[in-house]
Design a protein around this ligand. Sequence first.
Ligand code: CU
Length: 156
Amino acid sequence: MIKRLILGLAALALTSCGMLPGTLATQPTPIPTLTPAASIAQDAAVKPAPALGGKPSGDLLVWIFSNHTPPVRGVNTFEALVTDSQGQPISDATVSFDIDMTNMSHGKNVMAASSLGNGHYDANVHFLMPGPWRVIVGVRRAGQTSTVRFDFMVSW
Ligand SMILES: [Cu+2]
């Protein structure tokens, strides 16, 4: 019964996008590999896994990692690393992951990330379909919110 319901929801999700899996002809693009700053590379807590890339936002630097490379349809664990411009971890922020497809909208889907300490924050994110997605990482700190966007392909 539960399985039936889940399958029904999946079919509904696909239908609501107006796309069937077979019509997704987009070739997955490689996800940029993180080239960490020397100070960050020395941080043993940083996972050696390939990342979705690192980007500046104001005086912050934000990296995003996934436990799947590339991310896959279904549940993935995303981890953000937030540092200052010198690579020092920022551990007192409130971090969120706002995900959606870039070629269609699946509505608002924002996950609050948990702090792992040493500038790391993680949350499980759920991708309904393969194809082009983006995550907007929100970093709230001292009353100010910075956002950093990463675009990537989700595979089957
Ligand atoms: Cu979709």
